[in-house]
Ligand binder design. Structure first.
Ligand code: HEC
Length: 264
Protein backbone atom coordinates (compact mmCIF):
# COMPACT_ATOMS: atom_id res chain seq x y z
CA UNK A 1 0.00 0.00 0.00
CA UNK A 2 2.73 2.49 0.95
CA UNK A 3 4.36 1.83 -2.42
CA UNK A 4 1.10 2.84 -4.07
CA UNK A 5 0.87 6.01 -2.03
CA UNK A 6 4.45 6.90 -2.85
CA UNK A 7 3.44 6.33 -6.43
CA UNK A 8 0.57 8.77 -6.10
CA UNK A 9 2.97 11.42 -4.81
CA UNK A 10 5.17 10.76 -7.82
CA UNK A 11 2.14 11.41 -9.96
CA UNK A 12 1.79 14.96 -8.73
CA UNK A 13 5.36 15.50 -9.86
CA UNK A 14 4.57 13.81 -13.14
CA UNK A 15 1.64 16.18 -13.62
CA UNK A 16 4.01 19.10 -13.19
CA UNK A 17 6.41 17.64 -15.70
CA UNK A 18 3.41 17.31 -17.96
CA UNK A 19 2.57 20.96 -17.66
CA UNK A 20 6.07 21.61 -18.87
CA UNK A 21 5.25 19.41 -21.82
CA UNK A 22 8.10 16.97 -21.44
CA UNK A 23 6.91 13.68 -22.80
CA UNK A 24 10.21 11.92 -22.06
CA UNK A 25 9.66 12.85 -18.40
CA UNK A 26 6.43 10.90 -18.57
CA UNK A 27 8.25 7.86 -19.86
CA UNK A 28 10.59 8.17 -16.89
CA UNK A 29 7.73 8.39 -14.38
CA UNK A 30 5.98 5.50 -16.05
CA UNK A 31 9.08 3.43 -15.45
CA UNK A 32 9.33 4.62 -11.85
CA UNK A 33 5.73 3.73 -11.17
CA UNK A 34 5.85 0.44 -13.02
CA UNK A 35 5.23 -1.53 -9.85
CA UNK A 36 3.24 1.09 -8.03
CA UNK A 37 0.55 2.30 -10.41
CA UNK A 38 -2.21 4.09 -8.43
CA UNK A 39 -4.65 2.04 -10.56
CA UNK A 40 -4.05 -0.67 -7.94
CA UNK A 41 -6.28 1.29 -5.59
CA UNK A 42 -9.09 1.17 -8.17
CA UNK A 43 -8.55 -2.55 -8.64
CA UNK A 44 -8.88 -3.15 -4.89
CA UNK A 45 -12.00 -1.02 -4.62
CA UNK A 46 -13.38 -2.77 -7.71
CA UNK A 47 -12.91 -6.17 -6.12
CA UNK A 48 -14.83 -5.02 -3.05
CA UNK A 49 -17.67 -3.68 -5.18
CA UNK A 50 -17.76 -6.84 -7.28
CA UNK A 51 -18.10 -9.04 -4.19
CA UNK A 52 -20.46 -6.77 -2.25
CA UNK A 53 -24.15 -7.63 -2.03
CA UNK A 54 -26.01 -4.71 -3.56
CA UNK A 55 -29.14 -3.52 -5.33
CA UNK A 56 -32.79 -4.44 -4.67
CA UNK A 57 -31.89 -8.15 -4.98
CA UNK A 58 -29.04 -7.80 -2.51
CA UNK A 59 -26.63 -10.04 -4.43
CA UNK A 60 -23.05 -9.60 -5.53
CA UNK A 61 -21.85 -9.65 -9.12
CA UNK A 62 -19.80 -12.78 -8.60
CA UNK A 63 -22.12 -14.82 -10.85
CA UNK A 64 -21.91 -12.33 -13.71
CA UNK A 65 -21.05 -14.05 -17.00
CA UNK A 66 -18.56 -11.99 -18.94
CA UNK A 67 -18.41 -14.57 -21.71
CA UNK A 68 -16.36 -17.40 -20.23
CA UNK A 69 -19.07 -18.59 -17.86
CA UNK A 70 -20.59 -17.22 -14.64
CA UNK A 71 -17.95 -15.87 -12.29
CA UNK A 72 -14.98 -16.47 -14.61
CA UNK A 73 -12.93 -13.31 -14.81
CA UNK A 74 -9.55 -14.65 -15.84
CA UNK A 75 -8.98 -13.81 -19.48
CA UNK A 76 -12.56 -12.60 -20.01
CA UNK A 77 -11.58 -9.08 -21.02
CA UNK A 78 -9.08 -10.33 -23.61
CA UNK A 79 -12.04 -11.88 -25.51
CA UNK A 80 -14.37 -8.88 -25.37
CA UNK A 81 -16.38 -7.54 -27.13
CA UNK A 82 -18.20 -10.78 -28.01
CA UNK A 83 -21.61 -12.11 -28.93
CA UNK A 84 -23.79 -13.11 -25.97
CA UNK A 85 -26.54 -15.64 -26.61
CA UNK A 86 -28.73 -14.45 -23.75
CA UNK A 87 -29.02 -10.91 -25.08
CA UNK A 88 -28.48 -11.84 -28.75
CA UNK A 89 -26.09 -8.94 -28.89
CA UNK A 90 -22.39 -8.16 -29.15
CA UNK A 91 -21.39 -6.47 -25.91
CA UNK A 92 -18.28 -4.81 -24.63
CA UNK A 93 -17.22 -4.96 -20.98
CA UNK A 94 -19.02 -1.83 -19.85
CA UNK A 95 -22.26 -2.88 -21.55
CA UNK A 96 -22.06 -6.35 -20.07
CA UNK A 97 -21.34 -5.03 -16.60
CA UNK A 98 -24.40 -2.81 -16.88
CA UNK A 99 -26.41 -5.85 -17.98
CA UNK A 100 -25.28 -7.88 -14.94
CA UNK A 101 -26.10 -5.09 -12.54
CA UNK A 102 -29.60 -4.97 -13.99
CA UNK A 103 -30.28 -8.70 -14.25
CA UNK A 104 -28.48 -9.93 -11.11
CA UNK A 105 -28.78 -7.01 -8.74
CA UNK A 106 -32.10 -5.62 -9.95
CA UNK A 107 -30.92 -2.10 -10.70
CA UNK A 108 -32.72 -0.04 -13.34
CA UNK A 109 -30.83 0.79 -16.53
CA UNK A 110 -30.42 4.36 -15.25
CA UNK A 111 -29.03 3.21 -11.92
CA UNK A 112 -26.69 0.72 -13.57
CA UNK A 113 -25.06 3.35 -15.73
CA UNK A 114 -25.25 6.34 -13.39
CA UNK A 115 -21.88 8.03 -12.89
CA UNK A 116 -19.89 6.03 -15.44
CA UNK A 117 -16.94 8.39 -14.95
CA UNK A 118 -15.69 9.69 -11.63
CA UNK A 119 -15.59 13.42 -11.01
CA UNK A 120 -14.44 15.52 -8.08
CA UNK A 121 -16.54 14.49 -5.08
CA UNK A 122 -18.47 11.97 -7.18
CA UNK A 123 -16.71 8.63 -7.37
CA UNK A 124 -17.74 6.09 -9.99
CA UNK A 125 -18.40 2.44 -9.11
CA UNK A 126 -17.93 1.48 -12.74
CA UNK A 127 -14.32 2.58 -13.19
CA UNK A 128 -13.04 0.53 -10.22
CA UNK A 129 -14.96 -2.56 -11.29
CA UNK A 130 -13.65 -2.25 -14.84
CA UNK A 131 -10.12 -1.88 -13.43
CA UNK A 132 -10.58 -5.02 -11.33
CA UNK A 133 -12.01 -7.08 -14.20
CA UNK A 134 -9.46 -6.01 -16.82
CA UNK A 135 -6.58 -6.69 -14.41
CA UNK A 136 -7.62 -10.37 -14.50
CA UNK A 137 -6.53 -10.47 -18.15
CA UNK A 138 -3.07 -9.05 -17.55
CA UNK A 139 -0.46 -11.09 -19.38
CA UNK A 140 -3.05 -12.75 -21.63
CA UNK A 141 -3.09 -12.30 -25.41
CA UNK A 142 -5.99 -10.42 -26.97
CA UNK A 143 -8.18 -12.99 -28.68
CA UNK A 144 -11.36 -11.38 -29.97
CA UNK A 145 -13.42 -13.71 -32.15
CA UNK A 146 -15.30 -12.84 -35.32
CA UNK A 147 -16.98 -16.19 -35.87
CA UNK A 148 -20.57 -15.07 -35.16
CA UNK A 149 -22.26 -12.97 -37.87
CA UNK A 150 -23.16 -10.36 -35.25
CA UNK A 151 -19.47 -10.07 -34.30
CA UNK A 152 -18.58 -9.50 -37.94
CA UNK A 153 -21.36 -6.94 -38.22
CA UNK A 154 -20.15 -5.04 -35.15
CA UNK A 155 -16.61 -5.03 -36.51
CA UNK A 156 -17.75 -3.71 -39.90
CA UNK A 157 -19.84 -0.96 -38.26
CA UNK A 158 -16.89 -0.05 -36.06
CA UNK A 159 -14.61 0.13 -39.06
CA UNK A 160 -17.09 2.37 -40.89
CA UNK A 161 -17.30 4.65 -37.88
CA UNK A 162 -13.51 4.79 -37.71
CA UNK A 163 -13.24 6.05 -41.27
CA UNK A 164 -16.41 8.16 -41.26
CA UNK A 165 -15.64 11.83 -41.78
CA UNK A 166 -17.89 14.56 -40.50
CA UNK A 167 -18.36 17.47 -38.15
CA UNK A 168 -17.11 21.03 -38.42
CA UNK A 169 -13.54 19.90 -39.26
CA UNK A 170 -14.49 16.95 -41.47
CA UNK A 171 -12.38 14.67 -39.27
CA UNK A 172 -12.59 10.90 -38.93
CA UNK A 173 -10.74 8.81 -36.35
CA UNK A 174 -8.41 7.99 -39.23
CA UNK A 175 -7.57 11.69 -39.72
CA UNK A 176 -5.59 11.53 -36.48
CA UNK A 177 -4.83 7.82 -36.19
CA UNK A 178 -3.80 6.36 -39.54
CA UNK A 179 -0.22 7.47 -40.06
CA UNK A 180 3.01 6.81 -38.18
CA UNK A 181 4.72 9.50 -36.15
CA UNK A 182 1.86 11.97 -36.18
CA UNK A 183 1.66 14.42 -33.31
CA UNK A 184 -0.87 16.91 -32.03
CA UNK A 185 0.52 19.52 -29.66
CA UNK A 186 2.95 17.47 -27.52
CA UNK A 187 1.18 14.14 -27.89
CA UNK A 188 2.13 11.25 -30.10
CA UNK A 189 -0.84 9.98 -32.05
CA UNK A 190 -0.92 6.20 -32.31
CA UNK A 191 -1.44 4.72 -35.77
CA UNK A 192 -4.43 2.51 -35.01
CA UNK A 193 -4.52 1.08 -38.52
CA UNK A 194 -1.17 -0.64 -37.97
CA UNK A 195 -1.10 -3.85 -35.93
CA UNK A 196 1.62 -2.67 -33.52
CA UNK A 197 -0.12 0.68 -32.96
CA UNK A 198 -3.52 -0.90 -32.34
CA UNK A 199 -2.00 -3.42 -29.94
CA UNK A 200 -0.03 -0.86 -27.95
CA UNK A 201 -3.07 1.39 -27.62
CA UNK A 202 -5.75 -1.16 -26.90
CA UNK A 203 -3.84 -3.31 -24.43
CA UNK A 204 -3.11 -0.36 -22.14
CA UNK A 205 -6.68 0.77 -21.40
CA UNK A 206 -8.20 1.32 -18.92
CA UNK A 207 -5.47 3.51 -17.51
CA UNK A 208 -4.75 5.68 -14.52
CA UNK A 209 -4.53 9.12 -16.06
CA UNK A 210 -1.95 11.25 -14.36
CA UNK A 211 -3.55 14.42 -15.74
CA UNK A 212 -6.95 13.49 -14.28
CA UNK A 213 -6.07 11.54 -11.14
CA UNK A 214 -8.58 8.84 -12.11
CA UNK A 215 -8.65 5.45 -13.77
CA UNK A 216 -10.38 5.98 -17.10
CA UNK A 217 -12.08 3.32 -19.18
CA UNK A 218 -11.96 2.74 -22.93
CA UNK A 219 -15.34 4.41 -23.29
CA UNK A 220 -13.96 7.52 -21.57
CA UNK A 221 -10.99 7.55 -23.97
CA UNK A 222 -13.34 7.24 -26.95
CA UNK A 223 -15.63 9.98 -25.65
CA UNK A 224 -12.59 12.23 -25.46
CA UNK A 225 -11.67 11.35 -29.05
CA UNK A 226 -15.20 11.94 -30.36
CA UNK A 227 -14.93 15.34 -28.68
CA UNK A 228 -11.60 15.98 -30.43
CA UNK A 229 -13.35 15.02 -33.64
CA UNK A 230 -16.03 17.66 -32.89
CA UNK A 231 -18.70 14.96 -32.78
CA UNK A 232 -21.50 14.88 -30.18
CA UNK A 233 -20.88 12.85 -27.00
CA UNK A 234 -21.82 9.21 -27.60
CA UNK A 235 -24.47 7.56 -25.43
CA UNK A 236 -22.85 5.52 -22.64
CA UNK A 237 -22.62 1.78 -23.36
CA UNK A 238 -24.26 2.27 -26.77
CA UNK A 239 -24.04 -0.02 -29.77
CA UNK A 240 -21.84 2.49 -31.60
CA UNK A 241 -19.22 2.49 -28.83
CA UNK A 242 -19.24 -1.30 -28.76
CA UNK A 243 -18.75 -1.36 -32.54
CA UNK A 244 -15.74 0.99 -32.45
CA UNK A 245 -14.36 -1.00 -29.51
CA UNK A 246 -14.85 -4.22 -31.48
CA UNK A 247 -12.88 -2.78 -34.38
CA UNK A 248 -10.05 -1.64 -32.11
CA UNK A 249 -9.98 -4.80 -29.96
CA UNK A 250 -9.97 -7.14 -32.94
CA UNK A 251 -7.19 -5.09 -34.54
CA UNK A 252 -5.18 -5.65 -31.35
CA UNK A 253 -5.50 -9.45 -31.46
CA UNK A 254 -2.29 -11.21 -30.52
CA UNK A 255 -1.07 -8.32 -28.38
CA UNK A 256 -0.51 -9.10 -24.70
CA UNK A 257 -2.99 -7.28 -22.48
CA UNK A 258 -1.22 -5.15 -19.88
CA UNK A 259 -3.77 -2.83 -18.36
CA UNK A 260 -4.81 -1.02 -16.30
CA UNK A 261 -1.83 1.05 -17.33
CA UNK A 262 -0.54 4.51 -16.55
CA UNK A 263 -1.01 7.37 -18.97
CA UNK A 264 -0.55 11.05 -19.33
C1 HEC B 1 -8.26 15.51 -33.69
C2 HEC B 1 -7.48 14.32 -33.50
C3 HEC B 1 -8.15 13.05 -33.02
C4 HEC B 1 -9.24 12.41 -33.53
C5 HEC B 1 -10.14 12.85 -34.67
C6 HEC B 1 -9.38 11.18 -32.78
N1 HEC B 1 -8.41 11.08 -31.84
FE1 HEC B 1 -7.96 9.44 -30.72
N2 HEC B 1 -6.48 10.46 -29.80
C7 HEC B 1 -6.14 11.77 -30.06
C8 HEC B 1 -5.18 12.20 -29.06
C9 HEC B 1 -4.57 13.58 -28.97
C10 HEC B 1 -4.95 11.10 -28.22
C11 HEC B 1 -4.06 11.06 -27.00
C12 HEC B 1 -2.67 10.73 -27.31
C13 HEC B 1 -1.84 10.75 -26.05
O1 HEC B 1 -2.29 11.25 -25.03
O2 HEC B 1 -0.73 10.24 -26.08
C14 HEC B 1 -5.77 10.02 -28.72
C15 HEC B 1 -5.78 8.75 -28.17
C16 HEC B 1 -6.55 7.70 -28.64
C17 HEC B 1 -6.49 6.34 -28.14
C18 HEC B 1 -5.59 5.84 -27.03
C19 HEC B 1 -4.20 5.64 -27.52
C20 HEC B 1 -3.24 5.19 -26.45
O3 HEC B 1 -2.18 4.67 -26.80
O4 HEC B 1 -3.49 5.38 -25.27
C21 HEC B 1 -7.41 5.62 -28.85
C22 HEC B 1 -7.73 4.15 -28.70
C23 HEC B 1 -8.05 6.54 -29.77
N3 HEC B 1 -7.48 7.77 -29.64
C24 HEC B 1 -9.07 6.19 -30.64
C25 HEC B 1 -9.75 7.11 -31.43
C26 HEC B 1 -10.96 6.79 -32.16
C27 HEC B 1 -11.61 5.43 -32.19
C28 HEC B 1 -11.35 7.93 -32.79
C29 HEC B 1 -12.60 8.18 -33.59
C30 HEC B 1 -13.84 7.98 -32.88
C31 HEC B 1 -10.36 8.96 -32.50
N4 HEC B 1 -9.43 8.43 -31.64
C32 HEC B 1 -10.39 10.24 -33.00
C33 HEC B 1 -6.59 12.52 -31.11
C34 HEC B 1 -7.65 12.22 -31.93
Amino acid sequence: MSKVLAGAAGCAAAALALAAGQSDEIAKYREMLADGNPAELWEMRGEELWKQKAGPNNVSLEQCDLGKGPGILKGAYAELPRYFKDTKQVMDLEQRLKHCRITLQGLTAEQASAQPFGATGKASDIEPMVAYITAQSRGIKMNVAMSHPEEKRAYEIGKKLFYYRGGSHDFSCASCHSADQMRIRMQDLPNLTAKAGAQAAYTTWPAYRVSQGEVRTMQHRLNDCFRQQRFPEPVYASEAITAVTMFLARSANGGVYQGPALKR
